[in-house]
Design a protein around this ligand. Structure first.
Ligand SMILES: Cc1ncc(C[n+]2csc(CCOP(=O)(O)OP(=O)(O)O)c2C)c(N)n1
Length: 647
């Protein structure tokens, strides 16, 4: 039987309605009375430009917030029906989509989270599926390859992707740019895959049922006609993005036999959808009963994790324990190693931490003793070998965080943050707690040369609103920054060194000194500095050395460690002011570009750092070559002071 029904309620929704109808009214475990019920099936509209599809479905199913007025206010300021679906803004939206490919990779993370939590809490408590609706554009994006390869490798059998195989994208027929056989491509990645008529509800149902039985993730390529029913624009790119226009809409209505006014939903249609909306209520209530019967400790733990709450007092105690050890036995280690030391305390204390690396585990130090890897055969582990797939790693981490119950952290080189950036940006938009350990954070990488030396990356990451970029200067700051990243409501990047650094923080402080983003690490001897040195990470030790030299030259100098710009700039003005101080001369020292530092040193401040790409050599030679040394700081300070003196 071919789909002959109308679009459900609005002219904008002309995209995949038969599929949505079959999936939402027959298969998806979803209760509009509690759209955040933890054991619901996840539905990800990866093709976020089709947002009206999900808004219409949520309305029809009876989600209270999604009134017909909200549908009418599509894409208007303050509506819950924005142009692309936004998680956290609209109930029932599992993830923010729009940048093609991201939703698909988020879904892989959600499916991993489900498997892991089922392994930990039992499959009578955690047992749901993840469905994705992906367009041609989703599957053309490179991230899709990384995501499907990972999903196939992990045999994520509860993941089903419907491909809206309409052969059209914005530039016209897909064949102008693409000739991939998606079914064979997915099969090659270890998926079950089939091709069906996407306008045939029976075929959709049969394929969905086969997917539920499959022991592998499933692709269902649904051959559809874009703009189905539109007499002249169906099957063409003209029905992709812009309104069909009144004449075409009128003709489509006639062709489809739809006589109701715009936004008018016939009572019988509404009644059938509403009844579909109550379909999963029993499943939810049965789940609540099973939760009640669960061991109280286990139940409390799952509930805590699903609320995204940290275990009470555990984090502070673990951090304090590490700081005590470091005070007793200072460590001259790279901050990547310091991060491992922190994780050795944090991973056992916080069971929701799931680590990983994009094939740089030994370099990123993200795998701590006793951590078992997650595999297709056993999802109870807590470490993911993502393979060389930074982009899908970052997007899958978003999916895990969105799923709930997990705090994912990853590993790669800072220079490859560029490969994660679109997903990192979405994590920031959504306010998801994902923590990216990004090591080899400067020319300190050394011999690997300019391709591996981050230069503009700190500035680029600091430019992302709501993303915390931490660059700790030693082992103590590293554990403090871990605490802040775990307490954060959004994503964090930990920029860590490859090279060893002295432990500058020798005294035990109960407070987290990094909490305000910056603090005076070494004050001026007389308390009235002429020169303030602002610095982060590996350059803090250089600044401390420069301070000693400047003092010998009669310049009263203080050093301010700046492990996190975002926290400093968000701090109350008196706190910010006490860090910034009132010295005559402000100098920033960082082995990266100057961009961003003006917020602290002003436009007249001096900068000792990089202004071009790096080079390949032992790291100490590079610091000398590029003039990032204590001596260079001293010279800059003396010259700056000479200029500022009245002649
Ligand atoms: C990463 C990214 N690049 C480009 C776009 C702009 N864009 C929106 S939809 C689309 C392609 C539309 O074709 P398809 O994915 O087949 O969707 P359909 O025509 O079936 O709606 C593009 C290029 C985007 N949203 N995301």
């Amino acid at each position: 039987m071919r789909w002959k029904g109308p679009n459900p309620g609005t002219p904008a929704c002309r995209w995949a309605p038969p599929l949505a109808t079959v999936l939402f009214t027959r298969y998806l475990k979803f209760d509009p009375a509690d759209p955040a019920w933890p054991d619901r099936d996840r539905f990800v509209l990866s093709a976020g430009h089709g947002s009206m599809l999900i808004y219409a479905v949520l309305h029809l199913l009876g989600l209270e917030a999604m009134s017909i007025d909200e549908i009418k206010r599509f894409r208007q300021l303050g509506s819950i029906t924005p142009g692309h679906p936004e998680h956290g803004h609209t109930p029932g939206i599992e993830t923010t989509t729009g940048p093609l490919g991201q939703g698909l990779a988020n879904a892989v993370g959600m499916a991993i989270a489900e498997r892991h939590l089922a392994a930990v809490f039992g499959s009578d408590i955690v047992d749901h599926r993840t469905y994705v609706l992906a367009s041609d554009g989703d599957l053309m994006e490179g991230i899709s390859q990384e995501a499907i390869a990972l999903a196939g490798h992990l045999r994520l059998a509860k993941l089903t992707v419907f491909h809206d195989d309409n052969g059209i994208s914005i530039d016209g027929p897909l064949k102008v740019a693409d000739s991939v056989d998606q079914v064979r491509r997915f099969e090659a990645a270890g998926w079950a895959a089939s091709r069906i008529d996407g306008h045939d509800p029976d075929a959709i149902a049969a394929a969905t049922e086969a997917a539920v039985r499959s022991d592998r993730p499933t692709l269902i390529a649904c051959r559809t006609l874009i703009g189905f029913g539109a007499p002249t624009k169906a099957g063409t790119e003209k029905s992709h993005g812009s309104p069909l226009g009144p004449e075409e809409v009128a003709a489509a209505r006639q062709k489809l036999g739809w006589s109701h006014a715009a936004f008018e939903i016939p009572a019988d249609v509404r009644a059938r959808w509403r009844s579909a909306g109550t379909r999963s209520r029993g499943a939810r209530e049965a789940w609540i009963e099973r939760m009640r019967a669960l061991d109280p400790k286990l139940r409390a733990e799952l509930e805590r994790r699903m609320r995204n709450e940290l275990p009470n007092g555990v984090l502070a105690a673990a951090v304090h324990g590490v700081k005590q050890k470091l005070a007793a036995a200072p460590q001259e280690v790279a901050t990547r190693k310091a991060s491992e030391i922190a994780l050795e305390a944090l991973v056992p204390a916080q069971p929701e931490l799931i680590g990983g690396s994009a094939d740089l585990t030994g370099s990123n130090n993200t795998l701590v003793k006793g951590m078992k890897a997650i595999s297709a055969a056993d999802f109870s582990g807590r470490f993911l070998h993502y393979g060389v797939r930074e982009h899908a790693m970052a997007a899958a981490m978003n999916g895990m965080a969105l799923h709930g119950g997990i705090i994912p952290y990853s590993g790669t080189f800072l220079v490859f943050s560029d490969y994660c950036r679109p997903a990192l940006r979405l994590a920031a938009i959504m306010g998801q707690r994902v923590i990216h350990v990004m090591t080899h954070d400067s020319i300190g990488v050394g011999e690997d040369g300019p391709t591996h030396e981050p230069i503009e990356h700190l500035a680029a990451l600091r430019a992302v609103p709501n993303l915390m970029v931490f660059r700790p200067c030693d082992a103590v700051e590293t554990v403090e920054c871990w605490q802040l990243a775990l307490e954060a409501r959004g994503p964090s990047v930990m920029a860590l060194t490859r090279q060893n650094l002295p432990q500058l923080r020798r005294d035990l402080w109960n407070d987290n000194r990094c909490r305000n983003g910056a603090y005076e690490l070494v004050s001026a001897e007389d308390g009235r500095a002429t020169v303030s040195l602002f610095t982060s990470g590996s350059e803090v030790a250089i600044a401390v050395e420069a301070r000693d030299l400047l003092i010998k030259r009669g310049c009263s100098t203080r050093v301010v460690s700046v492990p996190c710009f975002e926290l400093l700039l968000a701090a109350p003005s008196h706190v910010r002011q006490s860090s910034v101080g009132e010295a005559t001369l402000r100098i920033a020292v960082e082995a990266a570009v100057r961009q961003g530092w003006a917020a602290i040193i002003g436009s007249d401040g001096l900068f000792v750092g990089m202004s071009g790409f790096g080079a390949s050599a032992p790291h100490k030679d590079l610091y000398r070559h590029f003039g990032i040394t204590a001596q260079a700081v001293v010279e800059a300070a003396l010259a700056g002071l000479a200029r500022s003196r009245p002649s």
